[in-house]
Write a protein that binds this ligand. Structure first.
Ligand SMILES: [Fe+2]
Ligand SMILES: [Fe+2]
Length: 278
């Protein structure tokens, strides 16, 4: 994303991508395009430090909407070309009837949930907690980071027991509140990430108050307990280690995730084909 500098509301990046002649302009020994690339690279690097995980969907938000859409069809090279209305050829092809395991292997970013589930299992927790750990950040890995507990719970709701959905939704709030009785302290990394004075939003505070009195509190709390230890770059975990657990507790639709006409099918379709035009 680049700042608008021509007063038209159209960003430099957009103008560069649409007008090859601009690339010929020279500023201080470097072409404008070179300087724009440098600036963009520096900004991307700075953002990497702020945004730890980016799913395929997430990177689609890196443009200021006030710049207007990047209308590639105005490019003479794009004239007469059809728009993408199916799988993105840059991504690994998905099977016609994708399963949860396919999404883990071909779409989800990172090892964090797998490591978390592995720890929960190694520490003798029951299946439903292991599955909750395996799914707890599914929105971060495949969709978007903001409000991830809520998005994640929604996308698994038709396929798992209500307790697991509830736990995934609620872990978002519980992460901010210690429970020394089970060895969960406020994460030191949150002080680093959000500052020592950070206060969770009122809706998160309310969610926490409700959760504390809930019969499934400990299921969600266990997600947080096995969450904090699950960021180890040196541990690789195979989703196939959990295929029995998934077969038993995740009701994969016959038509495949995204094609079962459930109220959340569109979310799985979008993760499968994130760049379809419509
Ligand atoms: Fe999380
Ligand atoms: Fe997590």
């Amino acid at each position: 994303m680049l700042p608008s500098s021509n007063g038209t509301g159209e960003g430099l990046g957009a103008r560069l991508s649409e007008g090859a002649c601009v690339e010929q302009m020279q500023v201080a020994g470097k072409s404008l395009a070179e300087r724009a690339d440098e600036l963009e690279a520096a900004m991307a690097l700075a953002l990497e430090n702020v945004i730890p995980v980016k799913s395929v969907i997430y990177v689609s938000g890196e443009r200021d909407p006030r710049e207007g859409p990047l209308v590639k069809s105005r490019d003479p090279k794009m004239q007469g070309k059809l728009k993408l209305m199916g799988p993105d050829p840059r991504l690994a092809p998905m099977p016609a009837k994708p399963t949860l395991v396919d999404f883990f292997k071909l779409r989800f970013a990172g090892m964090h949930m797998l490591q978390s589930a592995r720890l929960a299992r190694a520490n003798g927790l029951e299946d439903k907690v292991v599955l909750a750990c395996l799914l707890h950040d599914i929105a971060v890995a495949g969709f978007i980071q903001g409000d991830h507990g809520y998005w994640g719970a929604q996308m698994i709701e038709p396929y798992v027991d209500e307790e697991i959905t509830w736990a995934v939704r609620t872990h978002q709030a519980l992460r901010f509140y210690p429970d020394p009785a089970v060895g969960y302290e406020y994460p030191a990394v949150y002080v680093t990430n959000f500052g020592a004075d950070y206060k969770p939003d009122p809706h998160i505070q309310r969610e926490y108050e409700r959760a504390r009195k809930h019969k499934w509190y400990m299921t969600a709390r266990m997600i947080t307990v096995w969450d904090i230890y699950a960021f180890d770059e040196n541990v690789t975990v195979d989703i196939d280690d959990f295929s029995d657990l998934i077969a038993k507790h995740f009701r994969t639709p016959e038509e495949g995730l995204g094609f079962d006409d459930s109220p959340v099918a569109h979310m799985w379709r979008t993760m499968n084909m994130p760049t379809r035009m419509l």
